[in-house]
Design a binder for this molecule. Structure first.
Ligand code: ZN
Length: 564
């Protein structure tokens, strides 16, 4: 069995790693290269896509999923396993990505025509993207799935974006067993709505991200407070607040944080919190609107705080004065009135999309504020504004920057160095080797050094397309018996939509019962393993475990529907 690293080895984008196990080829992620590595996207895949049997997808971000339609276009016909929210998000994000490819190709071709040059094709079209969805096999977190002889997998919540997963893989070949864990991207603790990253107890080998392997985030606690203060100051002087934001993830976090702030200050009549409630908030991005719906439909994976809101009858992604604009006309109308408002729009780095219009109408107003809540890559309009440039070009026009520019940190989706080390500390037995990927060179090397020094774990910073043999660990690691492939039962909210009115109290009681049942069951299964008493077989364990997960999800979905 061996591992090859085909992306996210020279930088952070284009995540893709290949496992060769017996006669099977398994790909972990199939991401798009972005920024300086963009031209790598159109190169041939290192192996024939038709020869790949399985793709395990950690999450929906384009640098992990963006080349799936291209893989399918070039012959891939295997199964794509991912969590259910990841699948839902891919359905909108890959089509959106295709739309961007098409628009870009069209624009380049107009130029090529004028210059008598050869026309190009988009990397993939919206039809290609839709074609790829037939290969997806969404699963629930914590389900134990045997995908082929000798390979069992489990997706665990990575707390990085809705649906993001840490993937556990158990390989079994004759007497040899190897457990491999792929971290995907790991989130920070206490992110809005999301659970903290799952800790994993055992692994022989780990493939791990290191985006912030040499950085520590600060300002996490103050982020909302800072944002609220900017909003109040700006609107008081008659200006609007423009927030360029990534449509998927960051925008929903902002909605959630605002809702939470309103809720936690409900009783303070006549205070700034109430002033804040009167300011209209517009989500002006069709993709963000669709993504918000997907978040609502996957409330079963929310953390306990967000579930608490749902259980108390509050939809945490909705509040009075929150508006979603759909058409381009509605979007343009936002700039016709000078009434102070908050506009959250994409793209997050101001490179495309409706945000450009809002910047054009507000950058020159000294009473307005532009608030950045995410990373701004070099060369982007967002970065220029953060760097303090006084004249910028927006939609072909030179604009004098008079608005206040703010950069609110603390919304990062990636674990910092301390959180990454803590995640590794969670392993009860030290892994043999950690392969460090998905980081700038310096970050990877520094993190590898830190892991070796503080945790005593061997680290490898892998080279591009070099094979690493890992089937050398006879009977080491946690062994799961081989179980049968199970048709994955995915709860669709559509199936419960008909039962519109459900008693909230009844659901609460059922949840409590289910929690109790889960505890008793896990305890008795532990005893079976430890003392060989009782007689729960691995088959039964898997069945009961998966049923409990299904029930839990059904209940949360039901509650969410009654809140709509
Ligand atoms: Zn990511």
């Amino acid at each position: 069995m061996n591992l090859r690293f085909l992306g996210a080895v020279k930088g952070v984008t284009g995540s893709s790693h290949l496992i060769q196990f017996m006669d099977k080829k398994i790909l972990l992620d199939c991401g798009m290269f972005q920024g300086k590595d963009e031209e790598l996207n159109l190169e041939e895949f290192e192996l024939n896509p038709a020869d790949i049997d399985y793709l395990l997808l950690s999450h929906s971000h384009i640098d992990h999923s963006g080349r799936i339609p291209l893989l399918v276009k070039r012959g891939f016909k295997g199964d794509i396993y991912c969590s259910k929210p990841t699948y839902d998000l891919c359905e909108i994000m890959l089509v959106d990505s295709a739309h961007i490819q098409e628009t870009e190709a069209e624009w380049k071709n107009k130029k090529a025509l004028r210059q008598g040059k050869k026309l190009i094709e988009p990397m993939y079209t919206q039809i290609d993207a839709m074609e790829s969805f037939q290969y997806f096999k969404p699963v629930q977190y914590d389900q134990i799935i045997n995908i082929t002889d000798g390979l069992t997998i489990k997706f665990n919540d990575a707390g990085h974006i809705l649906g993001s997963s840490i993937i556990e893989m158990w390989f079994n070949e004759g007497n040899e067993n190897v457990k491999l864990v792929y971290s995907g991207d790991i989130g920070m603790h206490d992110r809005p709505m999301l659970k903290d990253p799952s800790s994993i107890e055992k692994a022989d080998y780990v493939i791990m991200e290191s985006t912030y392997g040499d950085r520590v985030h600060d300002n996490i606690e103050q982020r909302t407070e800072e944002l609220i203060n900017i909003i109040l100051k700006t609107t008081k002087r008659g200006g609007s607040v423009i927030i360029p934001s990534f449509a998927v993830g960051r925008t929903q976090e902002l909605i959630y944080e605002l809702n939470k702030y309103y809720d936690s200050n409900l009783e303070k009549i006549g205070t700034k919190e109430n002033e804040l409630k009167k300011i209209p908030v517009y989500i002006d991005s069709p993709l963000a609107t669709k993504a918000t719906e997907i978040f609502k439909n996957n409330a079963n994976v929310f953390d306990s705080e967000a579930r608490g809101y749902i259980m108390s009858g509050d939809n945490p992604l909705d509040f009075e004065n929150l508006h979603f604009t759909q058409s381009a006309e509605e979007s343009k109308a936002l700039n016709l009135s000078v009434e102070p408002k908050i506009i959250i729009s994409a793209s997050g780095m101001c490179e495309a999309g409706r945000i450009k219009h809002h910047l054009k109408h507000n950058l020159w107003r000294k009473e307005a504020s532009i608030v950045f809540v995410g990373y701004q890559a070099e060369g982007t309009l967002g970065r220029k504004l953060v760097d303090g440039e006084k004249i910028v070009k927006v939609l072909g026009e030179s604009i004098n920057v008079k608005a206040e520019i703010h950069n609110v940190e603390g919304f990062s989706g990636h674990a910092d160095k301390i959180a990454l080390l803590n995640w590794l500390r969670g392993f009860k037995e030290k892994p043999k080797t950690v392969f460090i990927v998905h980081g700038e060179e310096e970050s990877k090397l520094n993190f590898a050094k830190e892991v070796k020094e503080t945790l005593g774990i061997n680290c490898i910073v892998p080279e591009y397309n070099v094979g690493y043999e890992i089937m050398k660990s006879k009977n080491v690691g946690e062994v799961l018996e081989v179980v049968h492939v199970e048709e994955n039962k995915i709860t669709s909210t559509a199936s419960v939509k008909s039962s519109a009115k459900v008693n909230i109290k009844l659901i609460n009681d059922l949840m409590t019962d289910l929690d109790e049942l889960k505890e008793i069951f896990n305890h008795s299964y532990d005893n079976t393993k430890k003392y060989m008493t009782g007689n729960i077989s691995i088959e039964d364990y898997k069945k009961i475990n998966n049923t409990i997960i299904d029930l839990e999800n059904e209940l949360i979905n039901l509650t969410m529907l009654t809140n709509d």
